[in-house]
Design a protein around this ligand. Structure first.
Ligand SMILES: Cc1ncc(COP(=O)(O)O)c(C=O)c1O
Length: 390
């Protein structure tokens, strides 16, 4: 699908003009149940856990955007990932990168493991090494590319080739780039999952998860898991997500433009030891990122130098807000060691490259000048406070 086709699909895609009243936006079918026309005759909608017209358009939309054939909407990214993990059985194993989203690791380790579905950490950024990691038990690889917060890049096509040789599925968490910049199914992945709470929703006002895939058998199983486990997205949240998706391209382009300029400006700047951003030519995964994605996204991280007070840095910003999450119109800053990755042991964090001086910025739609001014203010205040301490 070309960029032009994709951008038009964001606005029109699965939307249908309401047959009853001619409404251009998808109406919110805020209903649990549906009048059944005749006893014993099946109809498209009978109960909203199984299907809802607003949710259905969203599910068709994510299938189209991810170049898949089937889509499913859930109450959160974690509910979507849980549904995908339900595909596996006792004795199966999944391979994951060490810096996979912490919530996904917790779900595997605290819950699925006790039912006999095990997990193992591997280096998904190195396909040459990955081949040896597969065992008889390995039924899937879960990729996140780029990862959070150090933005490591894995070659989706190369991983898919290896996994398929071992009859294992590739599940790609495409939260950070969205289908606008990266379409894992077209690169060989089998299942895409999203925390649609982030870029797809884009406005910090809806928590949602999506699944997209091509295989009809797996789709039927996910559909049954969705109906059975019940973590579905409500009609109003489905509407909010449909609305957010329409502006995905313009939001992501602006956020990426801002993030690229900020990453370049931070690189080599006093007060910064290291910058992580897959759009920087100096980043380790740059070539693969450029090959498989058409943009680097709005997320970047950097290490604040010693001599700059970390608490003061966060406190001095007036536009960029200290908050969890990313992918919204508002810029947000996070301290991974004490926030998003606090539940991970310091040893594991060190392995993942998450130092105590790492700051993650999720860049939004504010003007570049005001964002730079805000960060500059934080550096100045942190430097002054750091000097006073030493
Ligand atoms: C990459 C990734 N996947 C999944 C999730 C979970 O999504 P949610 O918070 O919508 O449940 C998150 C949340 O931050 C995430 O960053």
């Amino acid at each position: 699908m070309t960029k032009d086709e994709f951008e038009t699909m964001l606005v029109h895609g699965a939307f249908e003009i309401d047959q009853n009243k001619g409404a251009l936006t998808m109406p919110i079918y805020q209903t649990v149940t549906y009048r059944q026309a005749q006893l014993g005759v099946e109809q498209q909608f009978d109960y909203s856990r199984a299907g809802n017209p607003t949710r259905l358009i969203l599910e068709r939309q994510i299938a189209l955007l991810e170049e898949g054939c089937f889509g499913y909407a859930f109450a959160s990214g974690m509910a979507a990932i849980t549904a995908v993990f339900f595909l596996f059985e006792k004795g199966d194993e999944i391979l994951i990168p060490c810096d996979l989203y912490g919530g996904s690791i917790r779900l595997l380790d605290s819950y699925f493991k006790k039912f006999g579905f095990d997990w193992r950490v591997v280096d998904t950024t190195d396909p040459a090494e990955l081949e040896a990691d597969f065992s008889e038990k390995t039924k899937a690889v879960l990729l996140e590319t780029p990862t959070n917060p150090t933005l490591q890049v894995s070659d989706i096509a190369a991983v898919a080739q290896i996994a398929h040789r071992h009859n294992a599925l590739v599940i790609a968490d495409n939260t950070f780039l969205s289908p606008y910049y990266q379409r894992p199914l077209a690169l060989g992945a089998d299942i895409v999952v999203h925390s649609a709470t982030k870029y797809l929703g884009g406005h910090n006002d809806v928590l949602a998860g999506l699944v997209a895939l091509r295989d009809a058998d797996i789709a039927e199983r996910i559909s049954m898991i969705q109906k059975s486990s019940g973590g579905v997205l409500g009609p109003f949240d489905s509407y909010l997500l449909l609305r957010g998706i329409k502006t995905l391209a313009v939001r992501m382009d602006r956020e990426t433009e801002n993030a690229t300029a900020i990453a370049r400006w931070l690189e080599g700047r006093p007060g910064v030891d290291k910058v992580f951003y897959p759009g920087l030519e100096s980043s380790r995964g740059y070539a693969i990122q450029a090959k498989q994605a058409s943009g680097a996204g709005g997320l970047l991280s950097f290490e604040l130098s010693e001599g700059y007070s970390l608490p003061v840095f966060f406190a001095a910003m007036r536009i960029i807000t200290l908050a969890e999450s990313l992918g919204s119109v508002e810029s947000m800053a996070c301290h991974p060691a004490t926030m998003s990755h606090a539940s991970i042991s310091p040893e594991m964090r060190a392995k993942m490259g998450i130092t105590d001086r790492l700051i993650r910025l999720a860049i939004g739609l504010e003007s570049l000048a005001s964002l730079k001014e805000d960060i500059e203010r934080a550096f100045a205040a942190a430097r002054a406070a750091g000097e006073n301490v030493s």
